[in-house]
Design a protein around this ligand. Structure first.
Ligand SMILES: NC(=O)C1=CN([C@@H]2O[C@H](COP(=O)(O)OP(=O)(O)OC[C@H]3O[C@@H](n4cnc5c(N)ncnc54)[C@H](OP(=O)(O)O)[C@@H]3O)[C@@H](O)[C@H]2O)C=CC1
Ligand SMILES: Cc1cn([C@H]2C[C@H](O)[C@@H](COP(=O)(O)OP(=O)(O)O[C@H]3O[C@@H](C)C(=O)[C@@H](O)[C@H]3O)O2)c(=O)[nH]c1=O
Length: 295
């Protein structure tokens, strides 16, 4: 398996991190060339590039909007990935498909392991859960990575939202009763590249299945906001007052899991991959965001 690595989701956080860190082997495709809303583009892209492995980093990630845009979310998160997995299977191409902590209900009270039952509570979670099942069924060489709370210096993510909000407002309110594992998009990309290196030594049947792949350590959204804003303050941005609020005080169309912490032991055991602690990675990411722009 020495050929190219095809990454879908071109302008997205994870695809951009893989493009940055993966070297010349990585080919990134995005819309309009590769579009889950136009299913003919899926097999056509595989036939065109004939990759040795595919990473599916394309998805509908607008959690609240998915509640009212069920068809679009279903095409991007379920039926599109199913077609992609079929196209890969026809050519024996391994597929790494990225999924989410939002497939869990969030009421377990301790970190989830991969054998715990899933119980999505939102359209986004349902479509991602159905996508996981579909890709695993369509291609026997599929690895599903459930990640969570992804942030990066680019794109739309909670860390950037907080930095922008903190630059404009002296007071912010952020939920402090939802827990999870913040994950740097760059760290996840490094982890995926390490998995691919292992796969290059030969596919083993035991590899197929679901893995948790998140940053080490846990946080509430309030913890994440405070850490990001403290790092920004070190670079000169005024530090706002950040009040921890309850979920019911920040109503959203889609219900977020209360506690979606994921246990990453399986990924470490099978592939030797453990992602860095979120606090270190948030500090690095905020520094990257705060670099003064050249005039
Ligand atoms: N962001 C997060 O916090 C988390 C993400 N994940 C999962 O990680 C993966 C990567 O997420 P991330 O990089 O943050 O996502 P982004 O939202 O940054 O990027 C998603 C990409 O998917 C593309 N896309 C959306 N719909 C379609 C479609 N119908 N056809 C083709 N491409 C499409 C978008 O294209 P365009 O630029 O053209 O709009 C975008 O480039 C996804 O599977 C996501 O579910 C899991 C947990 C947390
Ligand atoms: C912007 C903001 C949000 N919140 C709350 C709302 C919500 O409960 C929580 C997170 O907000 P967001 O809507 O930004 O994050 P959200 O879109 O729910 O993030 C999720 O995205 C998808 C793609 C995933 O797969 C998940 O792992 C997760 O990262 O913070 C505040 O309390 N204050 C704020 O100022």
């Amino acid at each position: 398996m020495g050929g190219s690595i095809l990454v879908t989701g071109g302008r997205g956080q994870l695809a951009q991190s893989l493009a940055k860190l993966g070297g010349q082997r990585v080919i990134v495709v995005g819309r309009p060339e590769f579009d889950f809303d136009r299913p003919a583009t899926i097999a056509a892209t595989i036939d065109r590039y004939k990759p040795s492995l595919v990473v599916n980093a394309a998805a509908w990630t607008a959690v609240d909007l998915a509640e009212s845009e069920v068809d679009g979310a279903t095409r991007a998160n379920e039926t599109g990935p199913a077609e992609l997995a079929r196209a890969c299977a026809r050519h024996d191409i391994p597929l790494i498909h990225v999924s989410t902590d939002y497939v869990y209900a969030g009421d377990k009270g301790t970190p989830y392991t991969e054998t715990d039952p899933i119980s999505p509570q939102t359209v986004y979670g349902h479509t991602k859960a159905a996508g996981e099942q579909a890709v695993l069924a369509e291609n026997p060489r599929t690895i599903v990575l459930r990640t969570a709370w992804v942030y990066s210096p680019h794109g739309k993510n909670f860390v950037r939202t907080m930095l922008n909000a903190g630059a404009k407002n002296p007071q912010l309110k952020v939920v402090g009763d939802q827990s999870g594992n913040p994950t740097s998009s760059d760290d996840l990309a490094e982890g995926i590249l390490a998995i691919i290196e292992k796969l290059q030594q030969g596919w083993q049947d035991g590899y197929a299945g679901v893995y948790h792949a998140t940053g080490s350590g846990e946080a509430t959204w309030h913890d994440l906001a405070v850490t990001a804003l403290q790092e920004a303050a070190k670079a000169g941005q005024p530090m706002p007052e950040v009040t921890a609020i309850r979920t019911q005080d920040w109503p959203t169309p889609a219900k977020r899991p209360k506690d979606s912490r994921l246990d990453g032991a399986k990924l470490e055991k099978v592939f030797g991959v453990k992602l860095p602690h979120w606090q270190d990675s948030v500090a690095r990411t905020v520094k990257e965001i705060m670099v003064p722009q050249k005039p």
